[in-house]
Design a protein around this ligand. Structure first.
Ligand code: S3P
Length: 180
């Protein structure tokens, strides 16, 4: 039976949304959608170039457009960009059929993880203070997720496994959101 929900991974850059999402999709045999990759495919432009050539506003409108398109889908693992759910309309659309799972990591851990490739993330090019301020400003929103998974000192397998175990209490046998 086709699942009636999506699993939507949210959280700050570098928390492992894409890698964990791919792993979950493989385990469950669900479709995997990475919003950044989908935007790049639709626009023919890398996220870096969208920011550089057209500005963040253009990127956010492409992102919102994509989320609208995705809102009818079910049975997908969706890895969002770190800023996607900060737009309340995006949150609402993704939560309509989706269980929102926040992948959490401290700034320290995030900087260690992305240290080698900050160039692919325009918003990580600023100073450490700027990144910390961005991280702090976003935590309140991320924390409203249906489930928060601390990824500190866990590998992909452990994070994916924890999500699946904890989902059992939140979805019924046909992967529909369980009623409270
Ligand atoms: C962003 C996160 C990025 C990407 C863009 C903006 C953000 O995705 O969408 O650079 O605002 O946090 P990742 O979280 O996958 O790095």
């Amino acid at each position: 039976m086709k699942p009636l929900i999506n699993i939507v991974l949210i959280g700050f850059m570098g928390t492992g949304k894409s890698t964990v999402g791919k792993r979950l999709a493989k385990i469950l045999d669900w479709e995997f959608i990475d919003t950044d990759a989908a935007i790049e495919e639709l626009t023919g432009c890398s996220v870096t170039d969208l920011f550089r050539l057209h500005g963040e506003t253009r990127f956010r409108s492409e992102e919102a457009l994509l989320v609208k398109r995705l809102s009818e889908q079910k049975g997908c693992i969706i890895a969002t960009g770190g800023g996607t759910v900060l737009n309340p309309e995006n949150w609402e659309l993704l939560a309509e059929h989706g269980i929102l799972v926040q992948l959490y990591a401290t700034v320290e851990t995030i900087l260690e993880r992305v240290g080698a490739r900050p160039n692919t993330r325009p918003l990580l090019k600023g100073s450490r203070e700027m990144i910390e301020a961005l991280w702090e400003a976003r935590q309140e929103t991320y924390a409203k997720a249906h489930m928060v998974v601390d990824t500190t000192e866990k590998d992909i397998e452990e994070v994916a496994g924890e999500i699946l175990v904890r989902l059992e209490g939140k979805v019924d046998g046909s992967f529909e959101l369980a009623k409270d």
